[in-house]
Design a protein around this ligand. Structure first.
Ligand SMILES: O=P(O)(O)OC[C@H]1O[C@](O)(COP(=O)(O)O)[C@@H](O)[C@@H]1O
Ligand SMILES: [Mg+2]
Ligand SMILES: [Mg+2]
Length: 333
């Protein structure tokens, strides 16, 4: 069988699951946007202005030049796209509404995830989530929809090859960009995350700030074969959530960015609308679990655009164990 292109896949999958044509054309445009961003990133040091842009986003984080370029590429596409009513982005404090369009969707994105990796020539990505436009005038609150409302979600990974990974709520599909033809081809149909795992990803330098359930879980992983888990674990940290989630989809494991003593006041580190919800939904669609430790990430009711949330993603059996530690009351305490 000939490998389908993304366009052919969208037509077939769309017919099979009755997906509205407008959302399919929008997804095709998002994939084209990611191709443009991949090109900009691939120019690397040749571009001459790789580093900090000298500005901060509304969350007080240094913006890289490529954060801003990637945001502009997304925003320009969305403005011209007939089906996007408004956008929200990591790199923009407020929502941007495109008036005069009779469009059905809101688009939320992290234009460049893991951008501290850019100077290193390591993996980075773009993350997006598509929400239905509620009736009435669009305001920031229009975007405050739980992850369960998402219509489509996905990411592009700019790694050793460029990939586009997508869910429309019927499984997870991965496409690889062919640099010769400029087409995305379906190379990873029906991606799945195995329920058991022996690999975890967490920023270990935050260990002293973690809460007891995560301390216990990671201590037990590190104790390995001679500890209560009775098996050895491996550890990875790419410092780009999008690449960590891709690893989960390729070879399993868990990815944790939990609440810690420093982030408890702001709810966590990673952002709900454009990081945790889209990637959490992909993980769930692949048979994995996406939890805050207490509840499904996708059920969290957003109350602000750049809201943060504790994130625990990946292998179901591992995460069920970690969730059980969150409800465990130490009788000796
Ligand atoms: O290594 P650190 O500093 O703990 O943080 C890494 C995390 O920060 C992020 O890079 C935040 O995303 P942005 O680069 O989009 O701000 C995540 O992708 C990643 O998981
Ligand atoms: Mg990010
Ligand atoms: Mg970003």
């Amino acid at each position: 069988m000939v490998t389908p292109t993304l366009a052919q896949f969208l037509t077939g999958h769309g017919q099979q699951f009755n997906v509205p044509g407008e959302s399919l054309s929008l997804i095709a445009d998002i994939a084209a946007t990611c191709k443009d961003i991949a090109y900009e990133i691939s120019r690397g040091a040749l571009r001459g202005n790789m580093g900090n842009a000298g500005s901060e986003n509304s969350q007080g984080e240094q913006q890289k030049t490529l954060d801003l370029i990637s945001h502009d590429i997304f925003a320009n596409m969305a403005e011209q796209q007939p089906h996007v009513a408004a956008i929200a982005s990591e790199e923009m404090e407020h929502v941007q509404v495109f008036s005069g369009k009779n469009a059905a969707y809101l688009l939320v994105f992290d234009p460049l995830d893991g951008s501290s990796n850019v100077d290193l020539n390591f993996s980075v990505g773009s993350i997006f989530s598509l929400l239905p436009k509620p009736a009435g005038t669009i305001v920031a609150q229009s975007f405050f929809q739980p992850g369960t409302s998402q219509i489509a979600a996905g990411y592009a990974l700019y790694g050793t090859s460029t990939m586009f990974v997508l869910t429309l709520g019927h499984g997870v599909y991965g496409f690889t960009l062919d640099p010769d033809s400029g087409e995305f081809y379906l190379t990873h149909p029906e991606m799945r995350i195995a329920p058991d795992a022996q690999e975890f990803a967490i920023n270990m330098s935050n260990q002293r700030f973690w809460q007891p359930p995560v301390q216990r879980y990671i201590d037990e992983c590190i104790a390995g074969n001679s500890g209560p888990r009775g098996k050895d674990f491996n550890m990875r940290w790419v410092a780009a959530m999008v690449a960590e989630v891709h690893r989960l989809l390729i070879r399993g494991g868990v990815f944790l960015y939990p609440l810690d003593k420093r982030t408890v006041g702001r709810g966590g580190r990673l952002r709900l609308l454009y990081e945790a919800n889209p990637l959490g939904w992909l993980v769930q669609q692949a048979g994995g679990m996406a939890t805050t430790g207490h509840r499904s990430i996708l059920e969290v009711e957003p109350t602000s655009l750049h809201q943060r949330v504790p994130v625990m993603l990946g292998a179901r059996n591992e995460l069920e164990l970690l969730v059980s530690y969150h409800s465990f009351k130490d009788p000796s305490a």
